[in-house]
Design a protein. Structure first.
Ligand code: KIV
Length: 289
């Protein structure tokens, strides 16, 4: 593999013949993720966009926080991920980085900040790394963005790939439906995944593809493959935090497991607060000076 950025197993801090306890890793790096794949230990990844939530997710022990361009949807209320700007991504990323002690922070390069011109891609990435303190970037696409990936990697910055449903191309796809169900698209994805590994990407996200294809790609690649709607045969899973906590209510894809129902819980709490204020129950004697 060209441009590989991983420590060899002998040099690794946690590697030994016995299974390392990855929970004890003080700082998750791209090397940690590589070792997790080699030991068959699944990688947990969630999105985060702000300080307070990132602190909770890091404290809970998540391995990777992705400052996703899904911030455009869940934080800013846009219909697609396209409008979010580089400055806005840097603002979210810096907030997340200030919160974390352990996890690896990966930041999405937003639409328009890396396609077509590798110099622009490197400039955008350097701004993210310098101004947010993040540890790696993610970008969407395969062979089309080869030169941008090479140029970013040449500056020593780890890159995570993203194939399958790539939301920045939504107007090309026309729909958010499952990708690569047809042989031609599946074959292109399989080849692009290998290309990304050869270029030196440290990891790959596969979004909304058949589980059999996700498993095939993860088995072929040496780098960790993290899925969202790509089945259980990959090396780790990522979900949008607002979706898995039940803050978003209407979004119900088949791949989503909701762990909480925060929309209803928050609404209930706020309704009680309103009622308490209106009835003069809040504040009581103990809650005033
Ligand atoms: O922006 C995002 O949240 C993502 C995940 C869906 C992987 O790219």
């Amino acid at each position: 593999m060209q441009n590989m950025v991983y420590l060899s197993p002998e040099k690794s801090s946690v590697m030994s013949s016995a299974q390392p306890d990855f929970n004890k890793v003080k700082r998750v790096t791209v090397h940690t993720l590589q070792e997790m794949k080699e030991h068959g230990v699944k990688i947990s990844m969630l999105t985060a966009y702000d300080f307070s939530m990132a602190r909770i997710l890091d404290d809970a022990g998540v391995d990777v926080l992705l400052v996703g361009d899904s911030a455009s949807n869940v934080m800013a209320g846009h219909e697609t991920t396209l409008p979010i700007t580089l400055d806005q991504m840097i603002y979210h990323a810096a907030s997340v980085v200030r919160a974390i002690d352990r996890c690896l922070v990966v930041v999405d390069l937003p639409f328009g900040s890396y396609q077509g011109n590798s110099k622009v891609a490197l400039d955008s990435t350097i701004r993210i790394m310098k101004e947010s303190g993040a540890h790696a970037v993610k970008l969407e696409g395969g062979r089309e963005v080869k030169e941008s990936i090479e140029r970013i990697l040449s500056a020593g910055i780890p890159v995570m790939g993203h194939l399958g449903l790539t939301p920045q191309s939504i107007y090309k796809f026309g729909t958010y439906t499952v990708r690569a169900t047809e042989e031609m698209e599946a074959q292109k994805l399989y080849e692009d995944a290998q290309l990304l590994e050869q270029l030196g990407c440290f990891s790959l996200v596969l979004e909304k593809i058949p589980a059999s294809l996700g498993e095939k790609v993860a088995a072929k690649l040496h780098i960790p493959v993290i899925g969202i709607g790509a089945g259980g045969g990959v090396d780790g899973q990522v979900l949008v935090m607002h979706d898995m906590l039940g803050i978003t209510k209407e979004f119900k894809p088949r791949f989503l497991r909701r762990y909480l129902n925060l929309y209803d819980d928050i609404k209930k709490g706020v309704s009680q607060y309103i009622a308490d204020v209106k009835s003069n129950d809040f504040p009581n004697d103990m809650e005033e000076y």
